[in-house]
Design a protein around this ligand. Sequence first.
Ligand code: C2E
Ligand code: MG
Ligand code: MG
Length: 757
Amino acid sequence: MDRLVVRDCLLSRISCVLEEERPSDVSVQPVYAVFRESVENGIFCGLATERDIVQHPKWIFADLTEHRECVSVPPNASVTRALKIMDQFGLSALPVLEQKQFLGVVTKHSILNMLLQRERILLKESRKLNSLLTEEHEQIISWSAKLAKLHEASRSLLTVLAHTSIQNDLLQMGIESLSELLETRYGAIGILDASGELNHFVYTGINAELAKTIGQLPQGKGLLGVVIQNNVSLRLDDMSAHPQSAGFPPHHPPMKTLLAVPIARHDRVYGRIYLSDKENGELFSKQDEDLALSFANSLSLVLDNAREIEEVKQARLSLDYMAHFDHLTGLPNRTLLKDRVDQAIYHAHRNHCMIGVLFLDLDNFKVVNDTVGHTCGDALLKSVAQRISDCLREGDTAVRLGGDEFIVLLPDLSDTQDAAKVADKILELLKSPFVIERHEVYASIGISIYPHNAKNMEGLLSTADGAMYYAKKLGKNNYQFFTPEMNSSAQSYIKLEKHLRRALEQHEFVLHYQPQVDVKTGMIIGMEALIRWMSPELGMVNPADFIPLAEDTGLIVPIGAWVLKTACSQARFWHQNGFPVRVAVNLSSRQFHQVQNQQQSQHPLLDAVLNALDEADLPPELLELEITEGILMQHLDTTMDILNALKNIGVRLSIDDFGTGYSSLSYLKRFPIDTLKIDKSFVNDITTDTSDKAIVAAITAMAQQLKLEVVAEGVETVEQLDFLRELQCHFVQGYYFSKPLPAAEFEVILRQGRQLH
Ligand code: C2E
Ligand code: MG
Ligand code: MG
């Protein structure tokens, strides 16, 4: 038999159409050959397939063929070459042209069909010869020549199959050929899936209903199971008495003889073939078994190959996926965004429309992440990605840039307010608590518009980013359109962050100490350590201007540890010099909500406190830790554990800015607290505002009942002091007695023995 070329494999059903026609005007066919001028002797323009038509149902054929290069093969091209070309260009059909003359079309199916037909003929011939062989010894030479041809055909079949993914057709045609060849009434092939079930099942001679039950049989059942489990062939001469023992269901039609062979390669069993009852009533012979085994062997090669190809394809796909998509959320990444923005700009430029770019950054994600741990944090990011996607229309793109930053691209914007609407919708959707730990997530969004604010991707991203920073500064959970003035404000925020990152290692922080004075005795009993940043570039920066940034960036954790260490060693120094004053240190919520990793035997905050006390050798009762009501209210269980552990160390705990949160005094009883610090906003108007007066009076009275010490913050005038004295408030802190002072100046007033009058 000759080498198989594409001319032999032409598809029988194609439709020839004119390029100006539309698919809806002609009868449905899987492949259309498109011609200019005339379908009989016009110019061939290309092929259009069902897939093209589904993608662009309204296009005329000229458009369907024009947008892709016309690849063809000559009629004498080998089928292997044709299949390779199809794979290379991702085509399902290929035109066959001889000197530009259209001869027909080949598809993977048409090639496979032809190959199987040939295989069938060859198998038949070989079988005829096989029987002759037993009678006529002399024919052995010609028989072996034919067998060689059979093998060659098998090989070419294999090469071809390596390029196809039409496994099912192959199996179906395979079992039909085999059953026809061995003249059996029933035949089936079952292929195992990854979990060991025979869920790929093709058959002949059995009805579909029955096939379903047999197909779902577990692989290990009955005698058929042995074929798979032990990788052996099975030939039964009479199993009609025990169909169930062979692994068939009870209602299987009665079968007498059975031939079952495994489909296996290198000890790996892919499935099994079974054939049953020869038409002429004969028993299955050894030769039948050899033939079935030889077929099973070819099949195993194909399956082995196909699996390998599938693995390579999957690997390629996942590489491609990784290059363009964020692995966590499944959203496109920056690389794909670049593509989409470029396309959108091209389109907007031609159609004179606008593009909106939303830069979204979650406001409290870092805290949430530190609190709930990274696994929950990741789950939360996924849900956020989903909610953002839910707000978008078809054609819009949501992208994760990394961390908690997302971009939303709105191409084809006719009104800038549409961008605002999307931003609003996103903020609204994020507000409802997430299932994971019932956290609420807020976001700040900056909006940049093409062509007003920038004309390329980098410009659009950086202006949207600037607007986002501005939104954050304005109190978070809002959106802002970019304006040129924002540039400088965003720049300065970015500059601040850059300097802040270096400040600790450059020793730019110092602590100031503000005295706390006993109202009764007038003596200094302690001090609050307040951080100051002496930046060479920015001058002296107040904590109000950099603590929020330090919290956002997480820098507060190392900064906080430094404050603890410095304050403790300063207090120890004064203690040694005869001034046993206690020092109060402010804690940030991020220090509380660090995640304890497996190497750490205790919470990182406890570690930091113990280290600071140890290093300074300071008695723990001289250290007071100030926390806000906000910290108390978040994550009660963990906070309570940490506070109890701190209490066990022996340090004091105080509630800072008391009255500004919403905690009630009775609620406070649950916590191991020593001191309440009344917020300075109440103290400020204590002499004029009757409700402030009442609040402060109530707080002091109740605190006394709860045996808590009370410190009034921000005492500036003698009138305020007198009032607090009347209420029997224990301690005061404020400008009236002293501003926060550098350590050296504080030491002066300590040595002077300065007192409150
Ligand atoms: P805070 O803990 O409530 O500290 C008291 C603030 O009130 C200090 O502001 C102090 O200078 C100011 N103050 C004291 N007496 C008076 C007064 O009579 N009148 C007025 N108007 N203000 C007075 P400062 O030093 O600017 O600190 C602001 C906030 O920054 C602190 O509020 C605290 O929450 C935070 N902070 C300061 N140092 C640290 C630190 O080391 N770590 C952390 N996490 N936060 C710190
Ligand atoms: Mg404080
Ligand atoms: Mg305070």
